[in-house]
Design a protein around this ligand. Structure first.
Ligand code: ADP
Length: 424
């Protein structure tokens, strides 16, 4: 129509920002719909302001941070509004004899937690390990697993599928490893039931935890090879036979991620002076609590509190904290060696760990890894994460011994009262 003027509404950046906050606060816009041209910091601030208006919460602290928020918003956390601050402390020096940590190194371990008394207790365990000459630690690189689930027509097609997988393992390996020079396929373990088949793929992922890399590799193999060649359909890329982030007997028995062994011999002097206990008491509490108690409860964690050290270590170093669920599986052993000494050990069959990828590159998490001397070297992929696993093993042993000893001397409640909830 002639005479009509096309009016382009000119608005200032401040007005546009205000309108965005209003729209978010009123629910007319979703938190992920802030225009792309806003930097991550600005997007987070806008979301915070809208959220504050919508909920009435005062958000003063979440916006104080120094991490690279462009990277965090792109790789780690959608709809970012800021950070959660968790106190981080340090224990050590920790002494251990590993294959990637020398016995004369002083290792200091950052732990992030809100549980008062945890660091004090684990630190006492470090002293016990030092006084005893250090823990001995060894780690098996079991590998990261992913188990897609397939639907067949029945036994005959299931058998055909499994035969095809066995006959074509080399080609499957080639395709699986094509996407990354750090990924190696170690095994395909099949499991069939009814018209369902699981293929549990197990990978070495170098210094990465490997869950993304394994998932991408499985997807490629299924789409490019297994489905077109066999006509068998994949129902889900993860069939829960992996098993990721759930406690599971298969992980306990077969292992997943890293399998960690750590042990120490504690003599009468270390037991008495540092841990305020005796060989007899420690063996008894281990037997009645960790073994009988766990058996009677149907627990899969025959240990006092692996999850405590794991969660604090995982948070500090940028691991996937949901995998604490699996990491908490394991058995602590304490047995007499001579009349007044014990040999104490921890066994952790299922510890997914990363020195690269996931949350490890975030600012504070990579500082924590630097404290531990964990730095991936592309020429020696996997060495850095094995060092991390050895340090974790000794840390868990330290925390485990200290708590078990505290239980024998009825020190636990007193320590909590002094260092945690009781102190106001
Ligand atoms: P994940 O697969 O562990 O879930 P990411 O998706 O973050 O983790 O992937 C890790 C990334 O780091 C991959 O792209 C991989 O190619 C890369 N990478 C670089 N150096 C290494 C290394 N030394 N070991 C393993 N991966 C590495």
């Amino acid at each position: 129509m002639t005479g009509m003027v096309n009016v382009v509404r000119e608005i200032s950046p401040e007005t546009e920002r205000e309108e965005l906050i209003d729209a978010l606060a009123l629910g007319h816009l979703r938190f992920h719909q802030i225009p792309e041209h806003y930097p991550a910091r600005e997007k987070a601030a806008i979301r915070r302001e809208a959220l504050g208006r919508r909920t009435g919460a005062r958000l003063e602290h979440m916006g104080h941070y120094s991490l690279d928020d462009e990277r965090a918003a792109a790789q780690n956390c959608e709809n970012m509004i800021g950070v959660t601050q968790v106190p981080v402390g340090v224990i050590g020096p920790l002494r251990l004899h590993g294959e990637h940590v020398r016995g004369d190194e002083d290792v200091y371990v950052p732990l992030a937690t809100t549980e008062g008394a945890l660091l004090a207790s684990a630190n006492r365990g470090c002293r016990a390990l030092r006084d005893a000459g250090g823990a001995t630690v060894r780690v098996d690189n079991v590998g990261m697993t992913r188990a897609p689930v397939f639907r067949t027509s029945g036994i005959v097609q299931t058998r055909e599928l499994l035969r095809w997988i066995a006959d074509n393992e080399e080609e499957i390996r080639r395709r699986a490893e094509a996407g990354s020079r750090f990924l190696r396929l170690l095994e395909i373990k099949p499991q069939a039931i009814g018209t369902t088949v699981f293929l549990r793929f197990r990978f070495d992922a170098g210094d990465a935890m490997g869950m993304n890399m394994a998932t991408i590799a499985c997807d490629r193999v299924i789409r490019e090879l297994i489905e077109p060649e066999t006509g068998v359909e994949c129902v889900a890329l993860s069939g829960n036979y992996c098993v990721d982030k759930k406690p599971a007997a298969i992980n306990f028995i077969e292992g997943r991620g890293k399998r960690i062994f750590a042990e120490v011999v504690l003599d009468k002097h270390v037991l008495g002076k540092c841990l305020k206990t005796s060989a007899r008491s420690l063996v008894e509490v281990q037997y009645r609590k960790n073994l009988l108690g766990s058996a009677m409860a149907g627990s899969m964690g025959f240990n006092a509190h692996y999850a405590n050290m794991l969660a604090a270590f995982f948070l500090a170093t940028g691991q996937d904290v949901a995998q604490v669920v699996e990491g908490s599986l394991g058995i602590t052993c304490v047995e007499l060696r001579g009349p007044e000494s014990v040999v104490a050990s921890i066994y952790m069959p299922d510890v997914p760990l990363a020195a690269i990828g996931g949350g490890t590159g975030l600012a504070t998490q990579s500082e924590a890894l630097a404290i531990l001397g964990v730095e991936p070297d592309p020429e020696r992929p996997g060495a850095a994460v094995m060092r991390l696993a050895e340090i974790l093993g000794a840390t868990v042993l330290a925390g485990e011994l200290s708590l078990l000893a505290a239980l024998t001397s009825r020190d636990l409640a007193r320590a909590h009262e002094r260092l945690g909830r009781g102190r106001r």
